[in-house]
Design a protein around this ligand. Structure first.
Ligand code: PBG
Length: 324
């Protein structure tokens, strides 16, 4: 038979490729993680995340104004807590004058329309570097959920638009949702880290916040990376408990789950391209082994193709600059 169908006709030049392109990247896809520290005039580079910084509140102002001007309208806040304020109860996590609470207010004052999401988990506040309260070497579930709910309420009171529980305790979404409703924060949203795996890709992030577990690992609460179906179970439970947005984390090595989740849920799906993914590309590019910008765009597009509506990424600014 004569060749009638030729796929290459749709690849002949840039114009036709643009015309038939299935996915695009825009600034609106991104959620920008920001690391906040105490002090004044602090902008310190994270050793294992070249080109990424921790900011003190005064410099955070410039940073979020810059993001807003670039069309980046959503941030995800993390704080680095001084050792002296860490304990096993998350006392500092619910301090109305804590760094997170001040960071929320700072961002809202500098850029009132910026969507502010906050990390909810105890690890940066924990003397053990764990996401919950530790008893006899075990991370206790229900007691932790209570603190997480108080922490989420405290963020809402400070002005957070969304809270983002990243701890993987059972029932934390319900605990948070119930308390927010009860306290009349009906419009404060929850972005749940619903399928969050126990991953070695979080290494650089734990450097950034000095939050590495002091003993053991996180495998009794974060998911086993050998499991696929379990991601659906976790995600559907979180939606039932009141999650407005669900997330798969990490990103690139977990694209199958982004697609699985996207296919079964009716809420927006986020993916987190985590610190180790950022570090890998930066390191390879530094050595001249990979084309940084080309690989970055390819990875971001992979998240879109897999079905993510929202991409939390340390590359957000780099990507938007490149898009022009
Ligand atoms: C804390 C938290 C972690 C990340 C986001 N929130 C680390 C962890 O669970 O150990 C990882 C983000 C990244 O690696 O970029 N609960």
């Amino acid at each position: 038979m004569q060749q009638l169908r030729r796929n290459r006709r749709l690849r002949t030049n840039d114009a036709i490729r643009s015309l038939v392109r299935e996915h695009t990247i825009t600034p609106h896809d991104f959620l920008v993680p920001l690391f906040v520290v105490e002090g004044k005039g602090v902008k310190e580079e994270i050793a294992s995340m070249p080109g990424y910084y921790r900011y003190s509140l005064d410099l955070l102002v410039d940073e979020v104004k810059g993001l807003w001007a670039m069309g980046l309208k959503s941030v995800l806040l993390f704080v680095k807590v001084p050792d002296a304020l860490k304990d096993n109860k998350g006392t500092e996590a619910v301090n109305p004058d804590g760094l997170m609470q001040r960071a929320i207010k700072t961002v809202k004052e500098a850029t009132p329309e910026m969507l502010v999401m906050t990390d909810v988990a105890l690890d940066p506040y924990s003397s053990y570097g764990h996401d919950g309260i530790v008893e006899d070497g075990y991370i206790v579930n229900d007691e932790t959920c209570k603190v997480l709910a108080d922490m989420a309420l405290s963020h809402a009171q400070a002005g957070a638009d969304f809270v983002a529980p990243s701890d993987m305790m059972d029932g934390r979404i319900l605990a948070i949702r119930e308390l927010l409703e009860q306290e009349n924060f009906k419009n404060t949203g929850i972005m749940s880290y619903s399928a969050k795996y126990a991953s070695a890709f979080y290494g650089p992030f734990r450097d950034a916040l000095d939050s590495a577990p002091g003993f053991g690992d996180k495998k009794t609460y974060q998911m086993d990376f050998a499991n696929r179906d379990e991601a659906i179970k976790e995600t559907l439970m979180d939606i039932e408990e009141g999650a407005d947005i669900v997330m798969v984390k990490p990103g690139l090595a977990y694209l199958d789950l982004v697609r699985d989740v996207r296919d079964v849920v009716d809420v927006p799906v986020a993916v987190y391209q985590v610190s180790g993914e950022y570090a890998m590309l930066k390191a390879a590019a530094e050595k001249g082994w990979l084309d940084h910008d080309a690989v970055m765009l390819e990875q971001i597009m992979a998240f879109k193709r897999a079905g993510a509506h929202i991409i939390a990424s340390y590359f957000a600014k780099d990507v938007v600059k490149l898009l022009g």
